[in-house]
Ligand binder design. Structure first.
Ligand code: DC
Length: 229
């Protein structure tokens, strides 16, 4: 059967990874969460004091990029591939508001992007992949057969993220989550290198009022039509 590349881009907390994960499972495709890779670099930067409350030593982080190895390993119980930094499982460590706060500035660095995009292109070279991020349909796989651009209002997205973090036991304020979502939107969309923009040939889906089932059904139909072409 023909294999395709599916690129899912969009603003933060639009539920891209939830849908991408389920779509990959339905199609028996590999799923790659590229946001987790930028988060892994940010986690490294925080751990190694390259970034913090009032400083960002970009030169040191760039110099030390060679020390960073990011891998994914499928977790049978979770049903998806978890991210590892130099052999250590950091899946939970990268989902904190602290990492969310610093990840957008880290993702503006061209040196970081170059390293991660190269790895992403290798992971998708045999197709049969669903990849979510910000620049998948524009930079990583401009030739992807199916490109989706997800949107939803900032309030809808902040509410979803707030609930998700509360459910995981984090103690935080809704206003801080909303502020993080809108700040990341701004930095991700206005950065010079690979800004978050909708590819010309991407299908836009506003999922503010769509259930996960409805989104999955639509994407599965779009993908199978292309696979069976
Ligand atoms: O999808 P996420 O919220 O986990 O992504 C975290 C950050 O990483 C996001 O604010 C911007 C950056 N990112 C990026 O620049 N390019 C990607 N392909 C994926 C994420």
């Amino acid at each position: 059967m023909k294999k395709i590349v599916i690129a899912i881009d969009g603003f933060s907390s639009t539920g891209k990874s939830t849908i991408a994960k389920q779509l990959a499972k339905t199609l028996n495709y590999i799923y790659v969460d590229t946001g987790a890779m930028y988060r892994a670099v940010t986690y490294f930067a925080l751990e190694n004091k390259c970034i913090g409350e009032d400083f960002f030593n970009t030169e040191e982080l760039i110099d030390r990029l060679g020390e960073i190895t990011i891998t994914f390993k499928f977790n049978e119980t979770a049903g998806f591939a978890e991210v590892y930094l130099n052999g250590k499982n950091i899946e939970a460590d990268i989902r904190t508001l602290t990492v969310s706060k610093y990840v957008s500035p880290v993702a503006t660095l061209s040196e970081v992007r170059r390293k991660l995009v190269e790895q992403q292109q290798l992971m998708g070279k045999d197709k049969g992949i669903v990849m979510d991020g910000r620049d998948i349909g524009t930079v990583v796989f401009p030739e992807a057969e199916l490109k989706i651009f997800m949107t939803a209002s900032a309030e809808t997205r902040a509410k979803r993220r707030f609930k998700e973090l509360l459910d995981r036991g984090h103690n935080l304020k809704y206003e801080d989550v909303l502020e993080n979502v809108t700040t990341r939107d701004r930095i991700d969309s206005t950065r010079e290198d690979s800004p978050l923009i909708k590819a010309n040939d991407a299908i836009e889906i506003d999922n503010s009022n769509l259930t996960i089932e409805a989104q999955l059904e639509r994407l599965t139909m779009l993908a199978t039509a292309l696979i069976n072409e």
